[in-house]
Design a protein around this ligand. Sequence first.
Ligand SMILES: [Zn+2]
Length: 162
Amino acid sequence: MSATNEITNSGELVDTKYAGEAGEGASEYRRILDRAEERQECPFCPEFLQQGNEVLHKVSGWSVISNKWPYENAETHLLFIPDRHITDIVDVVLRDWFAIRKATAWAREQYGALMDGGALVVRYGLRSGVTVRHLHFQLITARVDPETGEVPEGKHVVFPIG
Ligand SMILES: [Zn+2]
């Protein structure tokens, strides 16, 4: 967490419910989340985000990174993360929506698969099942069969809520 981003209660940073098993043999993803919780460091606040991720693009206080742990069957899986530690969808104000629009346009130029379609999704709050509470949008597109140009049967990207 940064000086400008105040986090007071445990559980406001991450929820490891869907992040796999803890302890020995835990995935790198789970270990990063456990460390964040233990140290009360938000993995998506700028100082920590930059430690473990390459920021691909910056636009108006938002960073674009590639998801290190893309969903199964995803061709492209990007995250749009605001510098501000916000956790609620209503904290996304007009200038943020412009930034998200710009980031989406940039991503479509960089990743051709996104030109053919994708999904921009965001979860907020405990009921959503979000893992990192710091609000983030996910821009995802599915992998297609190169011969047909279509997503093969049963190879959809599943985005869980709850
Ligand atoms: Zn944060």
